[in-house]
Design a protein around this ligand. Structure first.
Ligand SMILES: [Zn+2]
Length: 93
């Protein structure tokens, strides 16, 4: 599947990850209900961004992913994103 070569964020916001680019594995932590890690793939730019701003701000910044999401093969990521956004609506609007 071609999707395995794409950055999770880029994929959901409709940007193509350049194919030459080395993807990094990132982990998001679902601390609300259970201590599970959600594994995502990140391009260099998004990996740096996650590292710099932290998980919560990172997810809030990309909350627009939820707006026009039709389908995703990374539901664990979407569920976590949805939860963080719901809990922090005042930080976005
Ligand atoms: Zn990316």
């Amino acid at each position: 599947m071609a999707t395995t070569r794409e950055c999770t964020i880029c994929k959901h916001i409709g940007e193509r990850t350049t194919e030459q680019e080395e993807l990094e594995t990132g982990f998001l932590y679902n601390t609300v209900t259970h201590p599970e890690k959600v594994r995502i793939r990140l391009c260099r730019a998004h990996s740096v961004e996650l590292f710099k701003v932290g998980q919560k701000k990172f997810l809030l910044k990309h909350h627009t992913i939820l707006h026009d999401l039709v389908n995703s093969d990374e539901m664990e990521f979407i569920k976590l994103l949805d939860k963080v956004v719901r809990k922090n609506l005042d930080a976005i609007y």
